[in-house]
Design a protein around this ligand. Structure first.
Ligand code: ADP
Length: 213
């Protein structure tokens, strides 16, 4: 892995991992800890869908069916968002294809890529039990019958549409299109892996200590 800067300097990070690996949760913890911006392409798309914008209408079917939004659309969205992040960022859910990774390299220097590794057979059950609040906080339901969980923000965490129906498809798209990025970033010497099967707090700690020693 490349030498990483101090936690006070601007840091450009990518979080890699399958759906349900914990990218969103870890991205939020990291951003709180080191004051960088969280860029989640999934969250951006879901906001547009909720707002019924032109982009939202264009991408809804892809999300509902667990398919990737076309690279050209996704890259433009990220380009725009990156231009607002002068103090460093953690990308969560981007890149998801080699083409996206190549486009990212053209746009900005990435310092480190963190791969959150979770065994594939655990992902489907994690996603089925995931409940998400509009504030972004995620919970694990005790069983499949639990429809919603009261969030600390006062909102209700519910199941995401694509966690109801597109789980298997998303995992297979991850394996075919996104997993090759592990080798892509390994070759660049920027990748390190953390064990995503540990508790949320332990994953955060190992990620943090790998970044800052
Ligand atoms: P998860 O990692 O839990 O599957 P995300 O919130 O990161 O969920 O993404 C949800 C969906 O948004 C994806 O299944 C895909 O349809 C779309 N999406 C998000 N990021 C990208 C991307 N980089 N390229 C193409 N589609 C994307």
């Amino acid at each position: 892995m490349k030498e990483v800067k101090s936690k006070d300097s601007k840091l450009n990070l990518v979080l890699l991992g399958a759906p349900g690996a914990g990218k969103g949760t870890q991205a939020r913890l990291l951003c709180d800890a080191i004051n960088i911006q969280h860029i989640s392409t999934g969250d951006i798309f879901r906001k547009h869908i909720a707002g019924n914008t032109e982009l939202g209408i264009q991408v809804k079917e892809y999300l509902d069916n667990g398919l990737l939004v076309p690279d050209s659309v996704t890259i433009e969205i990220v380009k725009l968002r990156l231009s607002e992040c002068k103090q460093g960022f953690v990308l969560d859910g981007f890149p998801r294809t080699v083409l996206q990774a190549q486009a990212l390299d053209e746009l900005v220097n990435i310092d480190s890529v963190i791969n959150i590794s979770v065994s594939i057979d655990k992902l489907a059950s994690r996603l089925a039990l995931r409940r998400v609040c509009h504030c972004g906080k995620t919970f694990t339901a005790p069983n499949l019958d639990v429809k919603s969980i009261q969030c600390v923000c006062g909102g209700k965490a519910v199941q995401r549409e694509d966690d109801k129906q597109a789980i298997v498809k998303r995992i297979s798209v991850y394996q075919s299109d996104t997993a090759p990025l592990i080798e892509f970033y390994q070759k660049q010497g920027k990748l390190f892996t953390v064990d995503g099967m540990q508790s949320i707090e332990l994953v955060h700690q190992s990620l943090y200590s790998k970044l800052f020693g």
